[in-house]
Write a protein that binds this ligand. Structure first.
Ligand SMILES: C[S@@+](CC[C@H](N)C(=O)[O-])C[C@H]1O[C@@H](n2cnc3c(N)ncnc32)[C@H](O)[C@@H]1O
Length: 393
């Protein structure tokens, strides 16, 4: 892909908050953007980041003490810490002190007013606390004078054999523009939205008030000045042909990854399930219910969501007639990273680092869509031809 430059022929400048091992950085590099600042508090992530991308942009430490080092930029990306929002976490949401790291994103946007932001988080963000948490996030962002769009995306849409659903939010600064186009949905996606709804979509004064919303948000929506319009989009029209887990497996993994004996013993106490759930082949399940550590997966489906959780690293997969866990390289492939991206760190640590990351192909699709709005600079935004896609604000 060619370099994306603005009207003055300079590269679009990006910053990456909570950069981890650089899932967003791979995407912005591939799109020809220049990353001028990145930050993470975890020394292991920073080590990987430096090896992969050099150390010039990286600022290691707590973001709360590094705001003065942030330069001006055009686009901000952030996969903000997901423990408080994740179903595997403590479910305390924004009341958990870690949740307030979202406030750091608000602080940076308020100070620097980038043209765009792209945020990523777990699917549960739209449902936790009966939608209250997500409403708070949308309120916070839309108060900053951004047109915000969100969408649930699955890594399987981008050719990665992993069932990983994530919500992404993109914001476009609305100052100086008369219309904002939708980036993450296209006309085909919206065909199931009835005519009446489409009329509402174009008239933001009839959108619903965020303050009154007390339930799970649908998988797609737009938000502007405290009001929103949303619906569930059933299809994703740009899906790449699906691959199965078998397509990314290493041929001869080290014997350390095999667990034949203990697994055979466990299978004796398990139920043969043999069902596809969300594209994941579940072969055996202890008592038909418990999952962590006891499930045995097949390889003719996709992998379940990889996480930073240790128990997930030891889940068993039946490959041929043997049982093993996934290798670190297979984790990299399922997340869309190069095989050796984390090779600076121990195999044990690699699982958590990959499991926490944003898959670069997903991030690249989103950022590509945002930039393809031709909002560079915003003053020159051309309304897209399809009127369904343009909101007159
Ligand atoms: C969900 S992960 C983001 C992963 C990243 N998008 C990637 O592709 O690897 C959240 C990151 O936030 C970092 N983090 C947590 N608290 C932080 C803080 N106070 N300051 C800076 N980074 C922090 C964690 O170390 C973790 O890497």
């Amino acid at each position: 892909m060619g370099k994306i430059v603005d009207i003055n022929k300079r590269k679009v400048k990006a910053i990456e908050l909570f950069c981890g091992i650089g899932g967003f950085r791979i995407a912005t590099d591939n799109l020809g953007l220049e990353t001028v600042w990145a930050n993470d508090i975890n020394p292991l992530s920073c080590q990987v980041y430096k090896t992969a991308f050099g150390k010039s942009a990286l600022h290691e430490g707590d973001i709360r003490s590094l705001h003065e080092t942030i330069p001006s930029h055009d686009i901000l990306t952030a996969g903000f810490p997901c423990q408080p929002f994740s179903s595997a976490g403590k479910k305390q949401g924004i009341r958990d002190s870690r949740g307030t790291l979202f406030e750091e994103i608000i602080r940076v946007i308020r100070t620097h007013s980038p043209k765009w932001f792209v945020l990523e988080n777990v699917k549960r963000l739209i449902s936790m606390e009966h939608g209250d948490h997500f409403a708070t996030i949308l309120q916070g962002l839309s108060k900053l004078d951004y047109f915000v769009e969100w969408r649930l995306l699955n890594t399987t849409f981008f050719g990665l054999p992993q069932n990983r659903e994530r919500v992404v939010l993109v914001g476009t600064r609305i100052e100086n523009i008369k219309s904002a186009s939708i980036a993450l949905a296209n006309a085909n996606d919206l065909t199931n939205v009835i005519r009446h709804d489409l009329a509402e979509l174009k008239d933001h004064f009839r959108w619903r008030n965020l303050g009154n919303h007390r339930k799970t948000f649908p998988g797609w929506g737009v938000c502007y000045k405290g009001t929103f319009y949303s619906c569930d989009l059933d299809t994703f029209h740009e899906s790449q042909p699906g691959r199965t887990l078998a397509a990314v497996l290493e041929e001869n993994p080290h014997s350390d990854f095999f667990m034949d004996k203990t697994t055979r013993q466990r299978i004796q106490d398990s139920i043969f399930v043999n069902r596809l759930v969300g594209g994941v082949r579940i072969l055996y399940n202890q008592n038909g219910g418990a999952r962590m550590g006891y499930t045995v997966f097949g390889i003719d489906g996709v992998a379940p969501t990889l996480t930073a959780s240790h128990s997930r690293h030891y889940e068993r997969y039946k490959v041929g007639n043997r049982y093993r866990r996934l290798t670190n390289k297979e984790y990299a492939r399922l997340q869309g990273f190069p095989d050796n991206h984390c090779s600076d760190t121990s195999i044990f640590n690699q699982y958590g680092l990959y499991g926490n990351a944003v898959p670069p192909p997903l991030a690249q699709w989103v950022i590509g869509k945002v930039l393809a709005q031709k909002g560079i600079p915003l003053e020159s935004i051309e309304p897209v031809k399809d009127t369904q896609m343009v909101l007159n604000l």
